[in-house]
Ligand binder design. Sequence first.
Ligand code: ADP
Ligand code: MG
Length: 443
Amino acid sequence: MDIVNSWDKSLSFIEDKVGDSIFELWFKPIKAGSLKDDILTLEIPNRFYKEWIEDNYPEIIPEAIKRTTDKDVTIKFKLAERQDKEIKKIQRKLDSRRQKLANKGIYLNPKYIFDSFVVGPSNQFAHAAALAVSESVGKRYNPLFIYGGVGLGKTHLINSIGNVIVDDRPEYNIIYVSAEQFTNEVVSAIRHDRMGEFKDRYRNTDLFLLDDVQFIAGKERTQDEFFHTFNALYEKQKQIVISSDRPPKEISAITDRLKSRFAMGLIADIQPPDVEMKVAILQKKAESEKINLDDEVSYFLATRIKSNIRELEGCLIKLAAHSTLTGSIIDLDMAKNVLREFLHDDDRPITVEQIQKAVCEFYGIRMQDIKARKRTKEIAIPRQVAMYISKKLTDLSLNDIGKAFGGKDHATVIYACKQTDEKINKDESFNRIVDNLMGRLKP
Ligand code: ADP
Ligand code: MG
């Protein structure tokens, strides 16, 4: 197989999926190295690429290779730059911990530990509760229910509990799953007639961490299974920790008996961080990554990015990658320039184009498709969502919105809004997606 040629093909597949601007910065600079024993070595300009790709598109490269060459490969990144010794050491430690966890079949993120979690007024209570649970598993707050908006640290906190227990109680069975994965496992257990195995696995755990529970709204069979799992664990005083993007009573389409279970222990919320805390988080992250970040830029980022900490970190990584790539230092001008499309002025209205772009990036489709006539589900739903959001977040008329979508008429826009509204009311996870997209767009 000609590796360079295949890599070029894989790159065009990726370009289609992620869109121009992401492709230009994050994927285009990657060069094919070698392919040996199904390990594909890729050369990246600096370490931020590895972190960014693993955080944002962990599957996309193997998928692209599979599509273009029909081969299953494992990716290894090789750095074009010489690496700082200390950073290398930390990286190696993380990798070996990740391996150790994977060998045990526990899919915790080794990066998410209490030590790297910045505590402030908005998350103090949730942090204290999580810490207490990690110190007395099953005995104090059971279940612990943590809720808060997207990117505010729920996954980080519940992983931190798991990471403490892996070390302190090596004999414990730990399960960390997203509710989405839990749902998939229920479906698969039913289909393959493996309910017995499923029950054995989930009911013999000492610590059960369930992330994003709002996802099981409307899924009755999954709720049933979760209910029985919950009861079995609770009776044996096994620890249950649940996260959600909203409080139990606001999760519609979830049975009352589950809601009342959620409220049996402790409910803790995480609020959006204030500016000082955002600055503290940025500086901690910059310090651990050895990125030079001055106060001016920290405050600029902290005031311009409203609440999502994942985005805050994403901007920092983007600046660092850019700085290493071009050899320029991170100052205010550079930050403004690099993050131009990402940060919108408070007084500048949102454009349909920005909305289309965000929606396309989210669904992994191309801008040209959203404006075309294609009616396949993969395109039609994102298009309707983008029209719906355009109606909500811009002052444009229905006609103008239609025009911006490749010359559709206003009836199409009305229909799209109606369809989306209905789906939002019926489907909790869809509701979350639209919410999340609007949150990203709103200044
Ligand atoms: P959520 O699960 O609530 O959507 P995450 O736990 O995935 O959010 O957090 C998003 C990102 O922000 C992660 O990289 C996480 O490490 C970081 N983060 C969130 N809160 C904090 C905090 N208080 N201190 C340090 N990093 C944080
Ligand atoms: Mg999360």
